[in-house]
Design a protein around this ligand. Structure first.
Ligand code: OOB
Length: 548
């Protein structure tokens, strides 16, 4: 079978490339090496051969085996008719197959859309339809949920999805295992081309897709591995979902594979499972979100597991309180690293040689000398060091546009290509960033992002609802939870009923509002917009412990 490569010059519809002068600069500076993921994995297999790359619940895979399995699976995908640039929605838990599938698709030049295990019908159906995905890859079951039931619904809603491929028992679908064939001649992929899609936390009505290229992503991986001093003795525990940008590349699984180390895949982030792995595999580095950090700290006080191998605990995804940060070294006997990143690109790390107060109180500084960071006021004018403003950024691994989102891109990016992160930050004289808040209409529920408008649209679909506004309310454990203010048409429905309605629409659980407040009318600002500040204040007051 002959399959033609997609020529590099052929533009990929819906993808905004870096301007030619920037691309040239990034290549000259040695950031973009012109290497694809397929080549990168092959080079690792040559170099690290029989060393163990991946450790899962059921399987251990060497570098050589991973490389071979990826090629065999790529051949299987090709046999199904999957072609370069075809989109494939991948929704897998932390299992070895996640990496086999991604690398197989990379090798083929087909594009994984990295969904999270928590996503449900609403999200997956949208990803499949929006990207016109040809296939959907799932596990049979995870955490008591049967993904094959979800897949059946997706098939009915997204006619482009020709194949459902299952890691485990396939049921009515195709077993992934059956696809590993003889290696076949594969089309050439281009390093400047899109390699896969990450998902944006978002602030708009529908989730946004983030196209990442081989060149730009591999740069962020290599540079992150270097900052974190990873080497062939590093053992990384993927405790958070493997598909998330933090776990995948900051430096995450890919950073550890870059260095020849070992990636250990934990199905759950809970201390009972994670600590077992840390002891058993002598894990040296892992990454958590702040609420999980607090849970681990508590559990570590009287664990029977030996956690002494841990050298580095990374915390990111939402703001870490200084109080929790201070307890890390004493409890785990390891270094804390704060990580402030985003799937769109920019990642900041505190460095090992930063003074203790910088590690405790800041969210780090950018990876690259060529990460351009601006902190600006509402009129895009730069503010002074130490003042709070909007964070804008562009650089060698920050996207220039969301996938197929021309109108939105005009708002989300400046005319000269800076990404408007929606984060409010302050820069210290040392160039570190401190996250002070958020201007985007999003709730950060312990690292899980909820776009207010997306949920409001779902609530508005309820026949008894006239108006709705979702805001964050403070929460001691998660940092924030979500509260929806609902204006009913006539008789307000029971809160329970609204929640059931949202679940039935197939929303991921973490997006279901934690609280529902019925209100006669939404407060408006002088220009007639919903006054979310007032709503946030109102709910914060209402739930504050009495006497404060
Ligand atoms: C990571 O990526 P996303 O895409 O899920 O979320 C990005 C947003 C940031 O814009 C910011 O609002 C928030 O999450 N965030 C933080 C933070 N890290 C992320 N807010 C305060 N402190 C932090 N340390 O969350 C992500 C991607 C790569 C590495 C780490 C996190």
């Amino acid at each position: 079978m002959r399959v033609d490569a997609v020529p590099e010059t052929q533009p990929f519809e819906g993808f905004t490339p870096w301007p030619a002068d920037f691309a040239e600069r990034y290549r000259e500076a040695g950031y973009w090496l012109g290497e694809t993921f397929g080549e990168w994995l092959h080079a690792r297999a040559e170099r690290f051969g029989d060393r163990i790359a991946l450790v899962g619940e059921k399987r251990r895979l060497s570098y050589r085996e991973l490389d071979a399995r990826a090629s065999q699976l790529a051949a299987g995908f090709l046999g199904l008719g999957i072609r370069p640039r075809d989109r494939v929605v991948v929704q897998l838990p932390n299992v070895v197959e996640f990496f086999e599938v991604c690398f197989a698709l990379f090798r083929l030049g087909a594009l994984p859309v990295l969904a999270l295990p928590a996503h449900r019908r609403s999200e997956i159906s949208y990803f499949c339809q929006f990207t016109e995905a040809v296939a959907y890859v799932i596990a049979d079951k995870d955490g008591g949920f049967d993904y094959r039931t979800l897949a059946a619904e997706i098939r009915a809603e997204a006619p482009t999805v020709k194949h459902v491929l299952v890691a485990g028992e396939p049921g009515a679908f195709t077993a992934l295992e059956r696809l590993y064939g003889e290696s076949a001649a594969l089309p050439e992929t281009m390093p400047g081309d899109v390699a896969f899609f990450q998902l944006s936390g978002g602030s708009t009505g529908v989730p946004k897709l983030i196209p990442r290229t081989h060149d730009d992503y591999l740069y962020s991986v290599r540079a992150s591995a270097e900052i974190c001093a990873l080497d062939a003795d590093s053992v990384y525990l993927a405790a958070l979902p493997a598909a998330h940008n933090f776990t995948l590349s900051s430096p995450g699984s890919l950073g550890v594979l870059d260095a020849g180390g070992r990636v250990v895949l934990s199905r759950r982030p809970s201390p009972d499972e994670a600590f077992l792995w840390i002891e058993k595999e002598r894990v040296t580095v892992t990454s958590v979100v702040p609420p999980l950090c607090a849970v681990w700290l508590e559990a570590a006080r009287n664990t029977r597991h030996d956690l002494s191998s841990l050298r580095l605990l990374q915390v990111g995804g939402s703001k870490l309180s200084a109080e929790v940060a201070r307890r890390v070294r004493g409890t785990f006997g390891c270094t804390l690293q704060q990580v402030f990143g985003m799937a769109e690109g920019l990642v900041n790390y505190t460095r090992f040689d930063d003074p203790e107060d910088v590690i405790i109180e800041t969210q780090g500084r950018p990876i690259s000398r060529d990460d351009e960071v601006r902190v600006v006021d509402d009129d895009d004018r730069d503010v002074e060091v130490g003042e709070v403003g909007h964070l804008l950024t562009r650089g060698p691994y920050t996207i220039r546009g969301y996938y197929k989102a021309t109108a939105h891109n005009e708002k989300a990016f400046t005319r000269d290509g800076f990404y408007r992160t929606g984060d409010l930050v302050r820069r210290t004289p040392s160039g570190h960033l401190v996250v002070e808040g958020r201007a985007k209409d999003q709730i950060n529920r312990g690292g899980e992002k909820i776009a207010a408008e997306e949920i409001e649209n779902h609530v508005l679909a309820h026949p008894a609802v006239r108006d709705a506004a979702l805001v964050a309310m403070p929460d001691a454990f998660l940092g924030e939870r979500s509260c929806v203010f609902v204006v009913a048409r006539e008789q307000p429905p029971a809160a329970r009923e609204v929640t059931a309605f949202l679940r039935a629409r197939g929303l991921a659980s973490y997006k279901i509002p934690d609280r529902i407040e019925f209100i006669d009318d939404l407060p408006k600002t002088s220009v007639g917009k919903v006054d979310k500040k007032a709503l946030r204040r109102w709910i914060a007051d209402k739930i504050a412990p009495k006497g404060q």
